[in-house]
Design a protein around this ligand. Structure first.
Ligand code: APR
Ligand code: PHB
Length: 417
């Protein structure tokens, strides 16, 4: 623990209710960050780089957080952030720069050339697991404090001048006094729930299907991702490296994994991707298979008193646009800027503007993720008119550089404004 961060008073909080052998400690920092996912860890690094003290409190182990299989398509802002933080060496060696994507409609692929359509913008394929490893590996040497396996993490007094966070670990109750709390604890965290329901408004769209995903150590079907709209449902051929592939197929929410042996999965994915792509698919045994529901959700505002929400704690996108990690990065970029402005100039102006600024970008990514999902998935309640409209829109995108440009600029990521 960095002594600058930890003002360590052991057992000094008077608490008549505590038994004599119960231990309690009080610590102090500037920013308490709840959650060590991408939002929490990028924020911790950004603040550390500016000399602002922070402590990250995480309820899981490092192995658990790092091991979660998530998408890994990095927008330019995320790539630039890794570079600015001095975390990009392995990404530059192992990441795959993609200049475009393919969209297959009823088995016929066409390409969207991001670089040509956007004046050179690209995305980087580098798994979230790798990003997390880089963030965690650098945390220790940089003196970033992370409390792992903290139980009953609770934010307190968020509307007062002296908020604090408490948790329990190894029989010790800890209280962390701070200036601000960053709620970076994802969709199932505690932070959002600390905001009164009279303040919080949630906007939500739940999709009536999920994605069945498979990971296998086989070469990818194509150099770039292939998104497939098919009358049997959506499919995606993605990758982690030149030797590791990630495939998804749209499935019903009550699907059982045991009903999807690898052979059945590969057959279905190949049907939906179509013969041109299927001819390049290398099949192999899966080492991970899972079903994930799809949801769009935004809560407003992203700040209450001295509690600031960032990342999945405030919003969820369906994975179709690969925006989850990148939105977490744009939120914490704005939050870190506002906190730095506060500590440098003693002005709360940027902190006051954080929620509106972040939400403006969040909603555009929500719109894109919802639109791209609607464009490429099969909806049970679609009538013939809706199917024709969906087909017409896909054909418009296939044939119109103007339509392609809009898709491309959203996929590579809108600028931070
Ligand atoms: N106390 C402490 N930590 C918590 C608590 C809690 N009560 N609840 C959740 N956490 C931790 C989780 O264990 C997780 O490590 O907060 C972290 C939140 O991380 P993510 O869910 O990854 O959310 P975020 O950092 O906003 O990143 C968003 O990452 O996982 C993807 O799909 C996600 O792409 C999206 C992006
Ligand atoms: C993935 O590789 O897991 C992935 C890629 C792109 C997406 C979603 C997931 O849109």
């Amino acid at each position: 623990m960095a002594p600058s961060t930890w003002c360590f008073i052991f057992g000094l909080i008077p608490n008549a209710a505590k038994a004599a052998d119960e231990k309690e400690e009080v610590l102090r920092t500037q920013v308490a960050i709840i959650g060590a996912g991408p939002a929490g860890m990028f924020l911790a690094h950004l603040l550390r780089a500016e000399g602002i003290e922070a402590v990250v409190i995480e309820r899981q182990t490092r192995d658990y957080v790092e091991g979660r299989v998530r998408a890994g398509v990095l927008e330019q802002i995320t790539v630039s952030m890794m570079e600015a933080l001095g975390l990009s060496a392995r990404m530059r060696r192992e990441g795959l720069v993609h200049n475009g994507i393919n969209i297959a409609v009823e088995g016929e692929p066409f390409r969207i050339d991001f670089a040509a359509l956007t004046g050179g913008s690209t995305v980087m394929v580098y798994g979230q697991q790798e990003v997390m490893r880089d963030l965690f590996d650098a945390a220790g040497p940089r003196g970033i404090d992370i409390v792992w396996q903290a139980e009953k993490v609770t934010p307190h007094d968020i509307t007062g001048d002296r908020p604090f966070v408490t948790w329990q670990k190894d029989g010790v109750e800890t209280r962390l006094d701070c200036d601000f709390i960053a709620g970076c604890d994802g969709y199932h965290g505690v932070s959002r729930g600390a905001m009164p329901s009279s303040v919080l408004k949630t906007f939500e769209r739940v999709y009536p299907f999920g994605w069945l995903g498979l990971l296998a150590d086989v070469p990818p079907a194509d150099e770039e991702l292939v998104y497939a709209k098919h009358s049997r449902g959506f499919a995606l051929a993605s990758m982690r490296s030149p030797t590791r592939s990630r495939y998804y197929i749209q499935c019903s929410l009550d699907e059982k994994l045991e009903d999807w042996p690898d052979d059945r999965f590969w057959d279905e994915a190949c049907l939906r991707l179509g013969p041109t792509v299927a001819a390049k698919v290398t099949r192999g045994p899966s080492f991970e298979k899972s079903i994930a529901p799809l949801r769009s959700s935004v809560c407003e505002p992203m700040r209450h008193g001295r509690l600031f929400l960032a990342g999945d704690a405030a919003h969820i996108v369906p994975p179709t646009g690969a925006k989850g990690l990148n939105l977490a990065v744009s939120d914490v970029t704005m939050l870190a800027e506002a906190l730095v402005a506060y500590y440098r100039t003693n002005s709360a102006h940027a902190l006051d503007g954080y929620s509106a600024r972040a939400l403006a970008r969040v909603w555009k990514a929500e719109r894109f993720s919802w639109w791209y999902t609607s464009l490429t998935h099969l909806f049970a309640d679609m009538d013939d008119f809706s199917r024709r409209i969906q087909a017409a829109e896909l054909d418009y995108i296939r044939t119109s550089p103007v339509a392609q440009r809009s898709l491309a600029e959203n996929y590579v990521g809108l600028p931070l404004s």
